[in-house]
Design a protein around this ligand. Structure first.
Ligand SMILES: Cc1cc2nc3c(=O)[nH]c(=O)nc-3n(C[C@H](O)[C@H](O)[C@H](O)COP(=O)(O)O)c2cc1C
Length: 176
């Protein structure tokens, strides 16, 4: 059995190797989202796992994005974005929106929110946000959005696409 002292030894006795850091963080299971916008000419978006809720009043959410993202600066310029939380049938959409420099929207069925941000068909849920604030942190930006529209309750009929230890997973309901 590991004692508190063993845990302390692990944390202090080891340099943080990038690959090991990524593997360790991979044990935090998450959903998968597409952060999307519209620049007036075409829809834009990228796959993003680092999404979470921040505040109820006002309603704020956040995600982090690599400083090297080519899509995020275009979304920032519009001052708004949508969050599309993917359902368990949308693994290919996740892969498609993670490929830089490709036509990410090929074959994607979507409709605009009131703010013209794309909502991808068959998502688990969606949010429409105004860009609230942004913070540079290491090699990522932390982006905060204020939610002004969201999927209605009757939309929420699907199961989530999950990401855990570097692989897509499905939710299995306990049998007992
Ligand atoms: C499952 C999954 C989760 C991802 N999560 C993030 C994330 O949280 N933040 C991020 O910046 N990139 C994330 N990516 C990578 C981006 O989607 C990828 O770098 C994308 O191509 C960026 O494209 P862009 O240069 O068009 O912005 C993720 C990719 C996958 C497959």
């Amino acid at each position: 059995m590991k004692t508190g002292q063993d845990v302390q030894n692990c944390v202090t006795g080891q340099r943080i190797d990038q690959r090991a850091f990524r593997n360790t963080l991979g044990h935090y299971a998450s959903g998968v989202t597409i952060i999307a916008g519209h620049d007036g000419l075409e829809p834009i978006g990228f796959t993003c796992q680092s999404f979470y809720s921040v505040s109820m009043d006002p309603p704020l959410i956040s995600f982090s994005v690599m400083l090297t993202s080519t899509t995020y600066p275009r979304i920032r310029d519009t001052g708004r974005f949508s969050v599309n939380v993917l359902s368990d049938t949308q693994q290919e959409i996740s892969n498609q929106f993670a490929r830089k420099g490709t036509d990410k929207w090929a074959g994607i069925d979507w409709n605009p929110t009131r703010n013209r941000n794309p909502v991808i068909a068959d998502t688990l849920m969606w949010l429409d946000c105004d860009l609230h604030s942004e913070y540079e942190a290491g090699d990522h930006y932390i982006v905060v959005g204020q939610v002004n529209e969201m999927s209605p309750a009757e939309w929420h009929t699907r199961d989530p696409l999950l990401f855990f230890k570097g692989k897509y997973r499905q939710l299995h309901e306990p049998t007992h």
